[in-house]
Design a protein around this ligand. Sequence first.
Ligand code: 5GP
Length: 202
Amino acid sequence: MKPERLLVVVSAPSGAGKTTLCEEAVRRLPRLVHSVSYTTRPPRADERNGRDYRFVDEAAFRRMVAEGAFAEWATVHGHLYGTSRRDLEAHWAGGNDAILDIDTQGAAILREKYRDGVFIFILPPSFAQLEARLRARRTDRPEAITRRLARAREEMAAYPLYEYVVVNDDVERAVAALCAIITAERSKSRRFTPAPEMAPDR
Ligand code: 5GP
C-alpha cells in the first residue's frame, strides 16, 4: 500500500502573514510543495507567473471550471482563484505533501471532498496589527485595503472550523508551530506503511 500523502490547507485573513509562513514551511520540510493556484487577479509588481500564481484571464478560468479542472475555486475580492485538481494529483504522485494557501470558501469545499485533509488557520495577534500590516504592505490601493479588512473580519470568524490555529505573533514561533503540525500529521500511525517483517499479524 502506498502511504497516503497530505493535503495541508492553510487559511488566514490577508495580512496575517500566511504566505511567508507557508513559504518557510516548504523551505524547512522535505517533501512539502506549495500548490500554485490559478487566478484572474492581475499580478503585483513582485509576482511571477507560475511561481506565485498562474495568471489567466476570466475566459480561460471559466473554461477550466466547465471542464471540472478545479478541486475548488472561489471568488475573492472580486477575482477568481482556484486549485487545479491535476496539480494536486501530480504532487501526490510525486510522493509530496501539498500545502495550499486558500480562502475559507475554498477550504470549506475541500473539507467536504478530502476528509483526511489537515486544516490550519493562521490568526494575526490582533485586528489592529492586521490593519497596520495591510497598510504597510503598500501593494494595494486604499479602497482595496478597506475591502480586504472587511473581508478579514468575516474570515477570522471561520477559525473554529479548522483543526489547528497558529497565532502569528512571531514569525519564527509561528513557522515552528506550522512545521510541528505537519510533522505530527505525517507521523500518524494510520499513515504509516510498515516494512513486511514489521507488519502486525492479522
Ligand atoms: P491574494 O490576492 O492576496 O494573493 O489572495 C487573496 C486570497 O485568495 C487569499 O486569502 C488567498 O489565500 C486566496 N487564494 C489564493 N489562491 C486561492 C485558491 O486557489 N483558491 C481559493 N479559494 N482561494 C485562494
